[in-house]
Write a protein that binds this ligand. Sequence first.
Ligand code: NAD
Length: 267
Amino acid sequence: MAAAAAAAAARRLSGKVCVITGSAGGLGKASSILFAREGARVVCADLDKAGAEDTAERIARGGGSAIATGVDVSKPSEVEAMISLAEREFGAVHVVFNNAGIMLGADDDAVATSDEVWDRTFEVNVKGCWYGAKYGVPALRRAGGGSIVNTASFVSILGAATPQLAYTASKGAVLAMTRELAVVHARENIRVNALCPGPLNTPLLQEFLDTPAKARRRLVHVPMGRFGEAAEMAKAALFLASDDASYVTGSSFLVDGGITAAYVTPE
Ligand code: NAD
C-alpha cells in the first residue's frame, strides 16, 4: 500500500486538474494521454467533441480520469463554460494548456491571403489563447496558482519562404502574449510558457504536405532530417505543466529538431 502511494506521489501531475484544448488532435491527444498517465485529471476539450470523447475514453480504458467537452476556443462563453466544467467536476484547475490551433489551406502571402482567412486564424490561434487566460487565470488564482502553456510554433521565430502569413503572424502574437502574461502573473504563483514545436508528423501539417516534394522542401532544413512526433511535444508540454518547471516562466520553449539553430544542415 505504501509503495502504491509512493508511486502515485512520484507521478508528475499527481493531484492536478489539467484542461487541454485541441485534445482530439495530434499534440493535444498525445498530451491528454500522457498527462493522465502522470496522474492528472484531464478535461479533454475540442471543437471536435466526438474526438475529445474518444481521447477521454482511451484515458479511462487505461485507468485514468478524464472528461470530454466540445469547445470553440474562439467563443469566450464556450471557453468560460469549459473552465467552469473543470472546476465543477474536478474541484479546481491547475493547468490550462491552450493548444488548439488552425492553419488554413488558403493561408498564403500578403497579396493572396484573404481577410476571412486572416481573421479566422487570429480568432482561433490568438483569441483562443487570450480567452484561455481570461477565464483560466481566475481559476488558477482560486487554486492557489498553476501553469498555462500556450502552443506557439517555430514559425514565431523563423520566417518561411513557403508563406502562411496569417498563421505565422498569429503564432508571433501567441509568443508575445505569453511573455506578457508570464510577467504580469509571476507573483501569483502562475507560470505561463509557450511551447514552440518544429514541423510535426500530425494531420495539421501532413495534410498540407500532400506530395513528397513538399515534404522534402521542409525536411532539408531540419538538422535531424525528420518531422517531430506528437508524443515528443507532449513530453515537453508535461515538463512546462508540471512543478519540474517551477522556475520556468515566460519561455519560448523550442522543441524543433534543431531547425532554429541551423545555418547549413547535414547532407
Ligand atoms: P491537429 O490539427 O492534429 O490538432 C488541432 C486540434 O485543434 C484539432 O483536434 C482541432 O479539432 C482542434 N481545433 C481546431 N479549431 C478549434 C477551435 N476553434 N476550438 C477548439 N478546438 C479546435 O494539429 P496539431 O499538430 O496537433 O497542432 C496542435 C498545435 O500545435 C496547434 O496550435 C498548432 O498550430 C501547433 N503546431 C503544430 C505544428 C505542426 O507541424 N503540426 C508545428 C508547430 C505548431
